[in-house]
Design a protein around this ligand. Structure first.
Ligand code: SF4
Length: 345
């Protein structure tokens, strides 16, 4: 915990201890909470997902209800209209959402898809100029991240999902390296990188630590932690290997690895954490409000009640999520030698 307060990465051994050591859960939560409180106080950031295009994906990610060959009885539709998306966004913003995540199924966007998202960002921003828009469209090609940035997107989301070693077990149509490449493109374009994981897919403790360490190398600003929703009709149906305690320990590990980064409690929160949702809020500083991509979450009003009951507050639109220090660590010299401005001494 002291290391996390100094933004230092735990050793592999320390990380493994968090997942499976002898320490009682509450001891770990208390340590993670001190880190959370240091950087995020008692604020909870709310995010909302809008599924712009659902199902019929040609990719075969094993955890996904929208994958090639999925027989999950999800809604399938092509692109929704920008004005419909803006209406959904407005509703969520009025309920406290600070970030709107525009997500579409598929391997990656065509240029026409990027233009649709431009129109959607426009429609949302004209009503809510301060809302953060995160776009999640799959693998990006040359120039697309820059177009999204110029259209007003704040962030791009692309999860690594599982460790490099296990990636081919969960997907064969694209690689871990493809995912890293997209995240790097987004970061390079100046979009805030968002990348996280899904747990409950048969990973070992070492896999969890590998992924946490690999993500840290990529320096994301937000890290969504999903717990597998085992949809019937997907290869991972019926897979219920997580316990609420395991979920909280995973979240705590990510808090220690990402002390000043938004750790978002994402899909599977209600079904896997169950009675420990409030405990998890002491570790994560961000959640999704309401429903997920293809499954329903608990009612948004219950989310708000959960936050209030646990003694936390919803982070306002004007409150920066990340500690400013994270972005202000490097200041380029513009004084002293080589300038006409006096040096700082
Ligand atoms: S996770 Fe994305 S790319 Fe993979 S199957 Fe689902 S929608 Fe397609």
């Amino acid at each position: 915990m002291t290391k996390a307060l100094e933004r230092e990465l735990p050793t592999r051994e320390e990380a493994l201890q968090v997942l499976a050591g002898d320490d009682d859960l509450l001891k770990i939560v208390a340590a993670a909470y001190r880190v959370r409180r240091e950087y995020f106080g008692r604020r909870v950031k709310l995010n909302t997902i809008i599924n712009m295009k659902s199902g019929l994906c040609p990719e075969d990610c094993g955890y996904c209800s929208q994958r090639l060959g999925s027989t999950a009885e999800i809604m399938k539709y092509s692109w929704i209209d920008p004005t419909d998306a803006a209406q959904l966004a407005s509703k969520a913003v009025q309920a406290g959402a600070k970030r709107v995540c525009l997500v579409a199924s598929g391997r990656g966007p065509g240029d026409r898809d990027v233009r649709r998202i431009e129109g959607t960002i426009d429609a949302i921003k004209s009503e809510h100029p301060q809302v953060e828009i995160c776009v999640c469209l799959g693998l990006l090609k040359d120039g697309q991240a820059e177009v999204l940035r110029d259209a007003g997107a704040h962030a791009y989301s692309h999860n690594l999902n599982t460790s490099e070693e296990r990636y081919a077990d969960i997907c064969t149509t694209h690689t871990y390296a493809d995912r890293v490449d997209t995240l790097e493109r987004a970061t390079k374009a100046g979009l805030s990188p968002c990348s996280g994981a899904i747990f409950g897919m048969g990973e070992s403790d070492d896999d969890v630590v590998d992924l946490a360490f690999a993500l840290r190398e990529l320096d994301p600003d937000s890290v969504p932690i999903n717990f597998l929703i085992p949809f019937e009709g997907t290869p991972l149906e019926g897979r219920w290997e997580l316990t609420p305690e395991r979920c909280v320990r995973i979240l705590a590990l990510f808090r220690f690895c990402f002390p000043d980064v938004e750790v978002r409690l994402a899909g599977g929160r209600e079904i896997h954490l169950r009675g420990l949702q409030a405990v998890a809020l002491h570790v994560a500083n961000s959640i999704f409000l309401g429903d997920y991509l293809t499954s329903e979450g608990q009612p948004g009003t219950d989310d708000l009640q959960l936050i209030a009951d646990a003694g936390f507050t919803v982070e306002g639109l004007n409150h920066p999520t990340l500690p400013t220090a994270r972005h202000d660590l490097v200041t380029l010299r513009r004084r002293g030698a080589g300038t006409t401005t006096p040096p700082n001494a």
